[in-house]
Design a protein around this ligand. Structure first.
Ligand SMILES: Cc1cc2nc3c(=O)[nH]c(=O)nc-3n(C[C@H](O)[C@H](O)[C@H](O)COP(=O)(O)O)c2cc1C
Length: 439
């Protein structure tokens, strides 16, 4: 598959022509100046930072100086919505020993993070972004002490093999554990509200526990089997949090729209592994009824077939498809989600790989109503100021864009804190040290 990078809009157009892929890309970036209504709140613009884990929390789950640095840079960068990285609600569900974890004892530290983030935005941009806390249980990918300690919903032959379940100690959760999780998420949502977040996200993507349940066809009991069982936990948590806080707290869901694995071991897929949007469409409509105020589109599993989740160029992994085919899939799924969600805003995904051409492609998606907001993940690490550039200069500086090199993921997988290893000197040095074995 071609590793050709996207140089600019003309080059993107030429590549798409060659591949016979149609992606609208001549959007007017002034569309991003538009404020978006989310529940009873409004964003200052239609640009968002996607959840990007920095793996830089303290041992007790509190944000560290590096976490403060990251969110203050995002805030100063002008985005209208900051969707935080995954924040664990129970210690055993942390994806790494540095994953953020919100609990009664450290809520004041989170309160400070929210206050200083909003203050940075007011100071630099004269507005306040909305802040959504992504609440998670890492399930199969839990690693709270630095070594895998999987907590699985059911046996999945693809993922069990990839997670080497025959070599590590793991736990298959019973219904009692899942019942209790409802209250753990409710508590975390209440703490997030106290800390000043505008909303919470019940993370249901990328193969983590809630996401895994969506394909738990073979699981017995009330949280598996038929559609109603597989979606029960997510809907229960959403309904409860909405009932607890009403209009005081926005409820969001970052939802996998397609796992990239065949049914019955993948969600949103046919038994041949192609996209089948019928169940995601039904779930999105039901979640709207349950009180969801905003959605965030995503797909795939970063630990298995990562090209579906975030097309990238380097590393030893060779995707079985052209990267632009993956981008088209993410844009298509985002639009399907917005169609199913009606008036409820969807934050679209799939732009960082497009480098400087990302601004106009994202603008076209918002302009034609495919999504209400455009979110950027890896670009926010590379250039936290991307929203200001788009809003005030009308374009992205090609020298500051994400190169889709995957260095940020490599650092994280190596057990380090993470950020952009190309554009951010702190992480460039850390990457060099890590790759040279600390020498
Ligand atoms: C280092 C890294 C950390 C990430 N952390 C999270 C996370 O905490 N929660 C989440 O939902 N997605 C996470 N993602 C996925 C991104 O939010 C996003 O979906 C993905 O990078 C594709 O968007 P992009 O092309 O704009 O980067 C992460 C991705 C990377 C590379």
């Amino acid at each position: 598959m071609s590793k050709r990078l996207v140089k600019d809009l003309d080059d993107l157009r030429a590549q798409l022509d060659e591949l016979q892929i149609d992606i609208p890309m001549d959007g007017d970036v002034s569309v991003f100046a538009r404020s978006v209504a989310i529940g009873n709140k409004r964003t200052p613009n239609a640009l968002a930072v996607h959840p990007m884990e920095g793996a830089d929390g303290e041992t007790d789950g509190s944000p560290s100086q590096l976490t403060f640095r990251r969110y203050k840079r995002f805030a100063a960068g002008g985005s209208g919505l900051l969707w935080t990285e995954a924040i664990a609600v129970v210690p055993e569900g942390r994806a790494n020993p540095r994953q953020l974890y919100l609990h009664e004892e450290n809520k004041d530290r989170f309160r400070r993070l929210v206050a200083e983030t909003k203050q940075a935005a007011r100071y630099h941009c004269g507005h306040e972004p909305l802040l959504i806390a992504q609440l998670t249980h890492s399930g199969r990918y839990s690693k709270p002490a630095g070594h895998p300690a999987p907590i699985i919903a059911y046996h999945n032959s693809y993922l069990d093999k990839a997670s080497k379940l025959d070599e590590v100690e793991y736990k298959l959760v019973d219904d009692g554990y899942l019942d209790e999780l409802v209250d753990k998420f409710r508590l975390a949502a209440a703490l997030a509200l106290e800390a000043g977040f505008d909303g919470v996200d019940i993370k249901c993507c990328h193969g983590y526990l809630f996401s895994e349940l969506l394909s738990a066809y073979s699981r017995a009991g009330k949280y598996g089997g038929e559609y109603a069982g597989r979606t029960r936990l997510l809907r229960k948590v959403v309904q409860q949090i909405h009932a607890d806080h009403g209009d005081d707290l926005l409820v969001g869901v970052r939802l996998n729209l397609y796992d990239g694995l065949p049914k019955p071991q993948g969600w949103g897929a046919t038994s041949e592994g192609e996209i089948d949007f019928s169940e995601p469409r039904q779930l999105i409509a039901e979640l709207v009824q349950d009180g969801v105020d905003l959605f965030n589109a995503t797909a795939g599993n970063p630990y298995y077939k990562p090209h579906i989740n975030r097309p990238y160029t380097s590393g030893g992994y060779h995707p079985p498809e052209e990267r632009l085919v993956g981008i088209q899939r993410l844009l298509h799924l985002s639009a399907k989600m917005q169609e199913a969600a009606g008036d409820i805003p969807v934050v679209g995904v799939g732009f960082s790989y497009l480098r400087a051409a990302a601004a106009k492609v994202a603008a076209a998606q918002v302009q034609n109503g495919s999504v209400q907001m455009a979110g950027f993940g890896r670009l926010s690490f590379a250039n936290p100021n991307f929203a200001n550039e788009i809003l005030h200069q009308g374009q992205l500086d090609p020298k500051k864009v994400c190169t889709a090199c995957s260095g940020c993921t490599t650092l994280m997988r190596a057990g380090q804190t993470t950020g952009c290893v190309i554009r951010d000197a702190y992480y460039r040095d850390l990457y060099r040290q890590t790759m040279s074995g600390g020498k």
